[in-house]
Write a protein that binds this ligand. Structure first.
Ligand SMILES: NC(=O)c1ccc[n+]([C@@H]2O[C@H](COP(=O)([O-])OP(=O)(O)OC[C@H]3O[C@@H](n4cnc5c(N)ncnc54)[C@H](O)[C@@H]3O)[C@@H](O)[C@H]2O)c1
Length: 259
């Protein structure tokens, strides 16, 4: 039985911690929750005690928190399951987490799919074209660095409008709340420079969509994902906590979650 500490009890962490506490995840149980804003009735622990009690720490709190606590978690010998994978656009953090140990680092697949096949294809031979096009409501793409004209162009868009296009690392840094998926794709193919990310604002986008295309020696791939936003945080897709729970179950059971 793996004891799991959940750091961050927001839209993602609350569902994850709740399911663990309710005994819904084979092979895993909740050690405690860390969140300065409280845990809504779930057992709350200070960070140090949570790390002490856990075999696996789930980070679901934000990119800065992953950067702050991730290296410490793995240095203490606990495994880490990271949700804020957009933080790994920082090559220094990526190196620290990858090379530190002795705890292992796992990433959730989060809001997107197809990463397993992309990883397999890239392992066979480098993929020469990978693109992820993310489409969401235009207001969700307005960024503090945009000038007033650019922000207004998005806010008043009556039709789909492109808000950004470039290498995954650049676009992930420019649109941090949409960084996780572009980072997840770049990490799966193992090459930040091979992945182009495009951000589109569409006033008719009730669902958040990600279209991932890739081509290389292994073949040609196209994955289209259309996720319903989480009810209490439209920046997060409702499915993400279930991707985390699946990853916990995969780690906690001898069959890797196969039922
Ligand atoms: N991998 C993916 O596909 C994917 C998808 C969606 C969101 N995310 C990322 O997951 C993270 C969580 O998303 P969310 O929608 O649950 O966010 P949220 O804002 O709903 O919840 C974050 C929670 O973390 C808590 N928190 C803040 N600082 C903390 C600290 N130092 N220690 C402990 N808790 C702290 C906050 O109080 C809040 O309750 C974000 O970084 C988001 O970008 C990843």
């Amino acid at each position: 039985m793996i004891d799991v500490a959940v750091v961050g009890c927001g839209a993602i962490g609350r569902v994850v911690a709740g399911a663990l506490h309710a005994g819904e995840v084979p092979g895993a149980r909740l050690a405690g929750v860390v969140d300065p804003r409280g845990a809504g009735g779930l057992p709350l622990l200070p960070l140090d005690e949570a790390i002490d009690r856990a075999g696996l720490v789930v980070e679901a709190a934000g990119q800065r928190v992953l950067a702050d606590i991730g290296p410490r978690v793995v240095a203490s010998g606990r495994d880490l399951l990271a949700v804020s994978v957009g933080a790994l656009t920082d090559p220094a953090l990526l190196r620290r987490l990858r090379d530190a140990g002795p705890g292992a680092v796992h990433l959730t697949t989060g809001a997107v799919g197809g990463l397993d096949l992309l990883r397999s294809a890239a392992r066979m031979a480098p993929l020469d074209r990978v693109r992820i096009v993310t489409t969401k409501r235009p207001a969700a793409l307005v960024q503090p660095w945009m000038d007033e004209d650019e922000a207004a162009r998005l806010r008043t868009a009556g039709a789909p409008v492109e808000a950004g296009r470039g290498p995954a690392r650049e676009i992930a840094a420019a649109f941090p709340r949409s960084a996780n998926v572009a980072a997840a794709v770049a990490l799966a193919v193992g090459d930040w420079d091979a992945v182009e990310a495009v951000m589109v604002g569409d006033p008719a986008a009730d669902l958040t969509s990600h279209v991932i295309t890739a081509a290389g020696a292994a073949g040609e791939y196209r994955f289209e994902i259309r996720n319903r936003p989480a009810p209490d945080n439209p920046a997060t897709s409702e499915v993400v906590p279930y991707a985390v729970l699946k990853a916990v179950e995969d780690l906690a059971t001898r069959t890797g979650g196969f039922r």
